[in-house]
Design a protein around this ligand. Sequence first.
Ligand code: NAP
Length: 486
Amino acid sequence: MICVPITAITTAGALQEIQQAEEVADILELRIDYLADPDLAKLLAARKKPLIATNRKTDEGGKFPGTEAERLKLLEEAARLGAEYIDLEWSCGQEVIQRFKELTRGGKSRIICSWHNFQETPQDLNQIYSSIKSTGADIIKIVTQATSINDNLRIFDLIAKAQADGQEIIALCMGPCGEISRILTPLLGAYLTFGSLRPGKESAPGQIEARTLRQVYRIGELKETDFRLYGLVGNPVSQSQGIYIHNRAFQHLQLDSLYVNFLVEDLASFMRDFKGYLCGLSVTMPYKQKIMDYLSEVDPIARRIGAVNTIVKRKNKLIGYNTDIIGAVQAIEAVTAIAEKRVVLLGAGGVARAIAYGIARQGGKLTILNRTPSRAQTLARELFCRSGGLEEIQNLEADILINGTSVGMAPQSDEMPVPASVLRPGMVVFDTVYHPATTRLLEEARARGCLTVSGVDMFLRQAAAQFALWTGFEAPVEVMRSALKW
Ligand code: NAP
């Protein structure tokens, strides 16, 4: 279930938020501590969905300004008015929790006993769980701060323990490293997850928009426990489009699969501890080379390129591939054949290496130009082709010009890797930069009668190749394109 916190500061605002939240929420959480003028009778009468009444103390991350007695009085009122759940911090003590249990006996309110740690995810979560369990609360809520992606695993273990005990639990990690817990814990058996009403309305760090939980991650639709997990490993990962396109493709083909972002700082411990959960991965900066140390096999062409951007798990073995090469070749061949064409590739970094191998494999006559000519020369030696500095473009005739440098990428989207004067009518110009989707190079090329290929096409096709490797199905490329958030 998805619970949307109501964080308006006035009763009038909260009434509006309740109405909006009910379109996407299964449960509402009324944050009484945010309200300057809490009219609980009005608010509880207005809601159609079950409601958690929370009046959070300041030392547990809340905003309630009054005394402890005033704080508890409002929660008692909410219980009398029929709130389905009352959230009481474990730090209230057994006596208070007991009083609320008696107060709600025979009524319909259930007690959620909550515990927060805003600094870390401590080692002794089981002990905390046992202490809260001994209060006899209906639902245990444990929320910690993730300082590394692996902290989420301690929360997953806790949920498994609660399930074995037949104990209902809400457990998650806050912060950017804990984002995956907000998506995965309801699928692993947690009672609910929290999602914000809209951006800016988060009641805790790392909270994902409820609509995204529902529409992108399909919370409420995916089968619990029986789903296949994929994701992007990198740092940073927040700009990734993979979550939109892969999840939409899974949904389109009705696959019980899910794709999330793994923000990883320590690759070794991530690969060691998460392996059991994963069916496949996309890999991005800065791990495309380092990841090879953790794989059972690496596809020979990926090994030669020196970069893996896709991992598939087969028979418990992790196998690495490079789909940038397929993505680039397919994007170009959608507009022109490569064989025998004069191809000038600008750049000698990661993406340029994959493209250079792709062009050579398709029989293109390749020249590699780079700001640092020695890097171009190293790559050219591997492929037995010509190389030089970027300025040599002036002396070359090209049928296909490829920008494999990062020049033109936002925010420097006004820049071009070569002057517009080298662009000739009929030339095919492919820019691997995909942010912005139409770069200045592509705009100038179109204006001069060139055929253009965008980095978005390459991105989609490399993702489609990943999808096919993972699932064995042909990827619905146009469905994936429609899911892009650019
Ligand atoms: P990289 O390994 O860091 O390589 C960067 C390349 O750009 C190098 O050749 C570098 O030249 C050159 N360069 C950087 N700044 C330059 C400047 N001011 N003037 C001239 N050349 C410059 O990066 P990468 O991973 O290959 O990524 C390159 C681009 O490809 C990025 O924009 C990325 O977004 C894009 N990309 C697209 C896709 C897709 O699917 N469409 C996939 C991956 C990457 P030096 O060798 O002289 O430093």
